[in-house]
Ligand binder design. Structure first.
Ligand code: NAP
Length: 253
C-alpha cells in the first residue's frame, strides 16, 4: 500500500459510545471509516460528524452475530470504501443477572454479540488484511474479564475476547496483521447509564461513586478508550501484538 492511499477501518457498534469516539478518532488519523451498527440510520450522526470534520465515513447496518449479514457488510465496505485493513470489534450488549436468575437467552445473546460477532467480523476481514500484507485487529475486552458479580455471561465473553485476541496474533502475525485487546474499566456511555438505571441510581451519583474507587478519581470517557485503540491501530505499533491493555484509571486487583 502506498503512503498516500487511505486505509479503511471498520468499527462495530459505532453508532454511539466508545465505538463512535473510536470511529471519529480513526477518521481524524486519516482512515476512511465504516461506521457499523445494528441500525444503519443510527450511524448517521457519527458519519455526519466525521464528514463535517473533513473525514470519510460510510454507515453500514449489520448484526455482527449474523454470518450472512457480516459477509455482506464487509463485502459492501470493500466495494464502497476499499479493502478493510483495520477492524475494531467493539459492538456489545449487557444482559446482567446473578447466575441463578440468568436465562439461556441472556447467556446466548452476550456470547453471540461479543464472541461470535468478533469471530465473524475477523474472519470476514482477515482475507483483505492478508492480501494487503497489513492489518490491525483491536478487540474490546473489559475489566469484567477478571470476574464481576452479576456478569457471569459478560465476564466469560470478555475473558474469551482475550484468548481470541492472542490466537489471532499467533495465526496472523506472519501476514503483517497484529491483534490486541483494550480492556476498559468504567466508561461513561449509554451502557453504564443503563446499569445505573438498573440498580436504581441517578447516573451522576453512580459515576461519582465509581470515581471514588478509581485511582485517578474520575470515570473514563469514550475518548480515553479511542486513544488506546488508535495506538494499536497505528502502523507504528507493528511489533505490539497479542496484548491486553487495561484502560481503567489505575491498576486492577
Ligand atoms: P454502548 O454505548 O451500549 O454501545 C454499543 C453499541 O453496540 C450500540 O450502538 C449497539 O447498538 C451496538 N450493538 C449491540 N449489538 C450489536 C450487534 N449485534 N451488531 C452490531 N452492533 C451492535 O456501549 P459502550 O459502553 O460504548 O461499549 C462498547 C464496547 O466496550 C462494548 O464491547 C463493551 O462491552 C465494552 N466496554 C464498555 C465499558 C463501559 O464502561 N462502557 C467497559 C468495558 C468494556 P444498539 O444501540 O442498537 O443496541
Amino acid at each position: 500500500m502506498s503512503s498516500t492511499e487511505q486505509r479503511v477501518a471498520i468499527v462495530t457498534g459505532a453508532a454511539r459510545g466508545i465505538g463512535a469516539a473510536t470511529a471519529r478518532r480513526l477518521a481524524a488519523e486519516g482512515h476512511a471509516v465504516a461506521v457499523l451498527d445494528l441500525d444503519e440510520a443510527a450511524c448517521a450522526p457519527t458519519v455526519e460528524r466525521i464528514t463535517v470534520d473533513g473525514g470519510k465515513a460510510l454507515a453500514v447496518g449489520c448484526d455482527v452475530s449474523d454470518s450472512a449479514q457480516v459477509e455482506a457488510a464487509v463485502a459492501r465496505v470493500a466495494a464502497e470504501l476499499g479493502a478493510p485493513v483495520v477492524l475494531v470489534n467493539n459492538a456489545g450488549v449487557l444482559r446482567d443477572n446473578l447466575l441463578f436468575k440468568m436465562s439461556d437467552d441472556d447467556w446466548d445473546t452476550v456470547m453471540n454479540v461479543h464472541l461470535r460477532g468478533a469471530f465473524l467480523m475477523s474472519r470476514a476481514c482477515q482475507k483483505y488484511m492478508v492480501d494487503a500484507g497489513f492489518g490491525r485487529i483491536v478487540n474490546l475486552s473489559s475489566s469484567s474479564a477478571l470476574g464481576n458479580r452479576g456478569q457471569v455471561n459478560y465476564s466469560a465473553a470478555k475473558a474469551g475476547m482475550q484468548g481470541f485476541t492472542k490466537t489471532l496474533a499467533k495465526e496472523l502475525g506472519k501476514f503483517g496483521v497484529t491483534a490486541n485487546a483494550v480492556a476498559p474499566g468504567f466508561i461513561a456511555t449509554d451502557m453504564t447509564a443503563a446499569t445505573a438505571q438498573r440498580v436504581g441510581m441517578g447516573f451522576e451519583d453512580f459515576k461519582a461513586a465509581a470515581a471514588t474507587q478509581i485511582p485517578v478519581q474520575r470515570v473514563g470517557e469514550p475518548e480515553d478508550i479511542a486513544n488506546a485503540v488508535a495506538f494499536f491501530a497505528d502502523e507504528k505499533a507493528g511489533f505490539v501484538s497479542g496484548q491486553v491493555l487495561y484502560v481503567a484509571g489505575g491498576p486492577l486487583d
